[in-house]
Design a protein around this ligand. Structure first.
Ligand SMILES: [Fe+2]
Length: 543
């Protein structure tokens, strides 16, 4: 057996979930945030053995630094912590110790998390198992729920989220894994979340799930923009929230309280708390209010209400509500970061194009026009939306490799010598090398690389011909050729649309794909330059 450690860090803290969260709290490597020292409970001097009612947690993690970080943090929370470096060692620990909860990685050497869980079930062992998973192993985590795991937590996560999940799991007395119906609910909820790529849709899935499973008679959802704590009401439903001004102001107070403490609350007579400050005539009998908390901040607050006379909300309901919001938060986080990244990427793409055009005085606006023409041509040919985005971006970036061509060659007013032309011919290769370093532009690379291939195989850099040249590159080539013909260049005056059409027709089957030329000539049937919209916004759906 590998080395395991047993630690005991008794805690006097009774409000371990009440620490405030802020979006910019200090982070540990791997995205794990440990509470600041001042947030940690004061711990009495080291005690040799835990008292008999201490809950035992086994941490199964192959990376020593992470294992140590989890062990230390959970030890500070008052749990007795055991550790193991893989599933095989974990089973040995479980055979010899009474463990209440296993916190485990999924991918580990010798025996992974999923196989370990199967063995735990086969051997009749009974700890609750929570898996820590990245997006890459989320399917495996969902499988583990089917196999009886209590829950999973998506990496990167905040350590406070982990504490909360563990505390809820241990406090519930009846684990989620023993409630097959609820496991299936969560599983299908996760599946529905995974299909969403818009935050409004994630909120909708969350509201639908909550409405179906927690039977509220009133619901309110607020979103947080993250800027100065701005809170916007997104959804308000049910007479007691919609029609009663007193209840609404009461609700806002509770939402503010929940945001301030970043902790969930349930209010009702069964909790020994009154739904305070409500005047006569108000129908609300109990409420549950939870923040939607991700690693980088709070994304919203969800409130549920039931009228007087209805079964009041309980802590178990609050637990389920926490499970649902806890699952929705990483998806909201991922969508919002993706949107930010798309914005950044659009700026990068436009800057690239401007850098080339700053060098090549004859091609100002060329990239933008090629992009517009290629998109129009793609639409005319029935290209799918996703491919249109690729074409649009490739239009902007196709000549990016000219950054590596000397100015004297780029702007030479007379024809190029054979040696100079050989240098100029390198620009698709240089462009490919630049773009291929940006993973989100992966699909644009073949278009940049092949935009000077000829349909008859006489082009460069590979000499590919016909259908061996990617379709989108063939479209881009026609758009590029047309733009060059109708613009002033160092070596010719601008042609009219009619003259350019003539040149394209003559080059169909030789330089360009004849079917694509035909489609473009049809688009230009009134002999005027097509109107194109300015390139702005995200070039690609980067999710
Ligand atoms: Fe080019």
């Amino acid at each position: 057996m590998r080395q395991q450690s047993l630690r005991w860090h008794p805690s006097s803290c009774s409000s371990r979930n009440q620490w405030p969260l802020t979006p910019h709290d200090a982070m540990r490597p791997h995205g794990i945030r440990l509470p600041h020292a001042e947030e940690m409970p004061v711990t009495p001097p080291h005690t040799a053995m835990p008292p008999p009612d201490t809950r035992h947690i086994l941490i199964v993690e192959d990376e020593p630094a992470l294992r140590e970080a989890y062990a230390e943090a959970l030890g500070m929370q008052g749990y007795a912590v055991l550790t193991a470096a893989n599933g095989e060692d974990a089973l040995l620990v479980l055979e010899g110790n009474a463990v209440d909860l296993v916190l485990s990685d999924l991918k580990m050497p010798r025996l992974g998390g999923e196989e370990m869980l199967r063995e735990i079930t086969l051997r009749g062992l009974s700890p609750a198992v929570i898996f820590l998973t990245g997006y890459g192993t989320i399917e495996s985590a969902v499988n583990c729920l089917k196999l009886g795991a209590a829950d999973y937590l998506l990496k990167p996560f905040d350590m406070l989220q982990l504490f909360k999940k563990i505390a809820l799991e241990l406090a519930s007395g009846s684990c989620l894994r023993s409630k097959g119906g609820r496991v299936r609910e969560i599983e299908s909820f996760s599946e529905r979340l995974r299909g969403q790529n818009d935050s409004a849709e994630v909120f909708k899935v969350l509201l639908t799930q909550v409405q179906r499973t927690l039977a509220p008679q009133a619901m309110a959802l607020f979103s947080c923009s993250g800027q100065a704590g701005a809170l916007s009401p997104l959804f308000l439903w049910g007479p007691s929230f919609r029609e009663c001004p007193q209840t609404r102001s009461w609700l806002l107070e509770k939402v503010a309280l929940v945001l301030g403490q970043c902790g969930a609350m349930v209010l009702g007579p069964q909790m020994g708390k009154r739904v305070e400050d409500l005047r006569e005539g108000v129908r609300l009998g109990s409420a549950a209010v939870v923040p939607i908390v991700g690693m980088r901040g709070v994304y919203g607050v969800l409130a549920l209400g039931r009228d007087q006379g209805s079964t009041p909300y309980t802590r178990e309901d609050l637990r389920m509500l926490n499970v649902y919001t806890g699952h929705a938060a990483p998806f909201l986080e991922s969508i919002l970061s993706s949107q930010r990244f798309r914005g950044i990427s659009a700026e990068v793409v436009t800057s690239y194009a401007q850098a080339v055009e700053a060098k090549d005085i004859y091609t100002r606006g060329h990239s933008e026009r090629v992009s517009g023409y290629a998109t129009l041509l793609g639409q005319a040919l029935g290209v799918a939306d996703r491919d249109l985005e690729i074409l649009r971006t490739a239009g902007i970036l196709h000549d990016i490799g000219k950054i590596g061509i000397p100015d004297g060659i780029l702007n030479k007013p007379s024809g190029l010598t054979p040696e100079e032309f050989e240098i100029m011919k390198r620009h698709p290769v240089v462009g490919r090398d630049i773009i291929s370093r940006v993973s989100s532009l992966e699909e644009v690379v073949p278009l940049v690389y092949h935009h000077h291939e000829w349909f008859n195989g006489q082009g460069y850099p590979t000499g590919s011909s016909g259908a061996d040249i990617p379709l989108l590159a063939r479209i881009l080539s026609v758009a590029d050729g047309f733009e060059a013909l109708t613009s002033i260049r160092s070596y010719h005056e601008a042609m009219t649309v009619s003259q350019a059409k003539q040149v394209l027709s003559e080059g169909a089957g030789r330089q360009w794909d004849p079917e694509i030329v035909d489609a473009w000539i049809w688009q230009l049937r009134d002999d005027t330059l097509p109107e194109i919209s300015e390139f702005k916004g995200a070039p690609l759906d980067l999710r």
